[in-house]
Design a protein around this ligand. Structure first.
Ligand code: ZN
Length: 438
């Protein structure tokens, strides 16, 4: 039995003082407020929040950070650089890179990551001896970094609507949805890992294959899909089928309460209604959407229509869930001319419970008995946070203000250092350096 004593913690019932949290070593078994600090408990100062879910990650994109800003361009020119990078990875290098990226996430307060994984096969598209070698590398990386993983194994079959995969995309493809589903079936959950499924996008999965993917995912696994990140996707879809991507997904049975639509940037009001009425979650990735010049999606309208909102760091221009939450609200302010479009409590829900639910861990993201013992202690005495109201800390703090991160009842990071590896910068530098030399 382990105990954590929090000066102040944000519980489902609100902000509370002197909170004693007991864990059985993995889950929370008891939460009491107004308790004196017992000897032997780990003291967590400042404000303690539930662990954050990073609901959308492509781990290898981290190697592009700070390297793509030289020549202007668009989402599509950035994508060409990303494909070049993808060709350099093999299971061993991917393990080293993902381990460092997930360690960066642990230090930033992430307790669970959703990895939207499509880098399945060898460079020429041939499967490795273990066809899931790349996915298994990600599983190992998350376990070593001390965070939970939902491996969203992604079906990626086409290079665009009506186009075959290009040479640089060959390693993403399984040939058809049936073969993808068979490979998915070889993957199993474990204590730290959930297996989920993903449709890369309506660009990458032909219409006649979509129902097989939805069926192959099974009725319980989380199902994620990139949706309307760029206007060009909508235009191509409308031209080919006379329907928006959201309409196409709905007709194929892909929208439901277990589904998460990632980005959901360029939507019609009918699309918003479809996502809301099916209780599909929308995953916003505000720092990426700004970085790639995607646009600002209708987050408030989606939430009002009934779609839970969660957050992801996607291509990892930044790994800082607090900045994603602030980006969600900032985007709303910029597009509406109004402040307070999402309350701090709503932002906490996007960081915690909605993200965990989207990744198939419905008891995560809240500090209450039965949930995983994931705790993020935010300092209230730093240059960023001194003088802030505790309830408004989410609009001021960054990952640099975290003192302690606990995942599954274990301390994984303290004061910006990973418990296992210390300085994550060195780990990242080594993994990215090895890729660049290859
Ligand atoms: Zn993505």
């Amino acid at each position: 039995m382990d105990q954590f004593w929090c000066e102040r913690a944000w519980l489902p019932t609100g902000m509370s003082d002197s909170v004693l949290i007991t864990s059985d070593g993995r889950h929370i078994t008891d939460v009491r407020t107004g308790e004196r600090e017992p000897s032997g408990a780990l003291r967590l100062s400042g404000v303690v929040l539930p662990g954050f879910a990073n609901a959308h990650s492509h781990a290898f994109h981290r190697a592009l950070r700070g390297r793509t800003h030289g020549g202007g361009g668009t989402f599509w020119t950035w994508r060409a650089e990303m494909y070049d990078l993808a060709l350099r990875l093999d299971p061993e290098r991917y393990l080293a890179l993902a381990r460092a990226v997930y360690a960066e996430m642990a230090v930033a307060g992430v307790s669970c990551v959703g990895e939207f994984h499509y880098l399945h096969h060898d460079r020429d598209g041939r499967p490795y001896a273990n066809p899931n070698a790349m996915g298994e590398a990600l599983r190992q990386a998350a376990a070593e970094a001390g965070i939970r993983l939902t491996l969203l194994d992604t079906c990626y079959l086409a290079g665009g609507i009506g186009h075959q995969l290009s040479n640089t995309q060959l390693r993403f493809g399984d040939g058809d949805a049936e073969s993808w589903a068979q490979r998915l079936d070889e993957l199993a959950d474990d204590e730290n890992t959930r297996i989920g499924a993903a449709v890369h996008s309506v660009r990458a999965v032909p219409l006649d294959q979509l129902p097989t993917v939805v069926e192959g995912a099974g009725p319980k696994r989380p199902l994620h899909v990139h949706l309307s990140e760029q206007p060009a996707e909508n235009e191509a879809c409308l031209k080919a089928f006379g329907r928006t991507p959201a309409e196409l997904l709905h007709e194929s049975g892909a929208l439901s309460a277990r589904t998460t639509a990632v980005h959901a940037t360029h939507l019609t009001s009918a699309d918003i209604e479809l996502l809301g009425s099916t209780r599909t979650t929308a995953c916003f990735c505000p720092t990426t959407e700004a970085d790639l010049a995607d646009g600002i999606g209708p987050a408030r309208e989606l939430a009002d229509a009934g779609a839970p909102i969660c957050l992801g760091s996607d291509q990892h221009v930044v790994i800082d869930p607090l900045l994603e939450a602030r980006g969600l609200e900032s985007g709303e302010r910029l597009r509406s001319g109004q402040r307070g479009r999402f309350s701090p409590r709503e932002l906490l829900g996007s960081l915690g419970e909605h993200g965990h639910a989207s990744l198939g861990w419905p008891s995560g993201g809240r500090i209450e008995p039965g949930g995983p013992a994931d705790l993020v202690a935010v300092r209230t005495d730093t240059a960023h946070t001194a003088g802030c109201l505790p309830e408004q800390l989410l609009l001021a703090a960054t990952a640099a203000d975290l003192s302690t991160v606990v995942v599954n009842g274990r301390v994984v990071a303290r004061d910006g250092l990973h418990e296992r590896w210390g300085d994550v910068g060195a780990l990242l530098g080594e993994a990215i350096g090895a890729l660049r030399e290859s």
